[in-house]
Design a protein around this ligand. Sequence first.
Ligand code: PEP
Ligand code: MN
Length: 336
Amino acid sequence: MIIVLKDADKKTIELISKEIEAKGLTPHVSKGKERTIIGAIGDERLLDIEHLKSLPGVEKVVPILAPYKLASREFHPEDTVIKVNGVEVGGEQLAIIAGPCTVESEEQLIEIAHAVKEAGASILRGSAFKPRTSPYSFQGIGEEGLKILRKAKQETGLSIETEVMDTRQVEMVTKYVDILRIGARNMQNFDLLKEVGKVNKPVLLKNGIASTMKEFLMAAEYIMSEGNKQVILCNRGVRSYESELRFPILSGLTSLLKQKTHLPVIVDPSHSTGNRSLIIPVSRAAIAEGADGLIVEVHSCPEKALCDGAQQLTPQEFAKMMAEIKRVAAAIGRKV
Ligand code: PEP
Ligand code: MN
């Protein structure tokens, strides 16, 4: 970290140097005519930037390292590959998570589970608890949905993932599923992040609809700092001025995430577009850009879906998507 001082007297320089030393870092003072620069050598995350900025004579404080230490590539250059019952997320093979937006009934989920498995999906998705904008909209079928997910796993052999919305649900959801999903609306629910950080199962973390990349990675850091290093990031797009697209995926963000973090990054073409006709092209683009996989909504009868019907692929369309991303994956040296 670099601390720039203006008109600083000897006392201030000494005070700051002592604060740096107290945290186990080494200060290097370089005096110029108008400015004095103090370089703090060591783990700068131990220093309180806001406090340093508040000291008299401090003009600016420039951190050198990313504030997300555990999630950062700086300290962990190799890619993290997360294993879910034999399926790898973050390896050469792309991880395709597919299934309905919401578990509606046993018949509905089992039928879709067989269809997505047949088309090559690696993991089954399905929400039992739904974060809805309106309290009057369908809220999910709760624990019953988790039981149905477990049944679908037994029947198809697919691993299962679902959303956990509240700290009070973590224990129960962990008993049933292989991956816990934190939805966009909960990306900065810090108590929930800490709670899933204590679980010994992978967490699929979606970015908030107005979050910056740094905030997203700091959310991952919350989970990892509690001990759970199995975090899968999901780029699900952000709010923009374009009302024809639900939450567009920022071009370049997946690659930037892959540069900044060693964690696997997947893309959600369903919630980002909100439009079935755009899912295949957005998926092709995501894979071309370097995503480690996709989470995509599939429903046998989207027009009858209780939630997000407009953005769910039919099983036939999903099979087409798989065939198309296979070609893109092959072109960049990855497999589906
Ligand atoms: C979901 O994946 O079911 C979902 C609600 O997505 P998001 O949290 O990204 O809106
Ligand atoms: Mn949905």
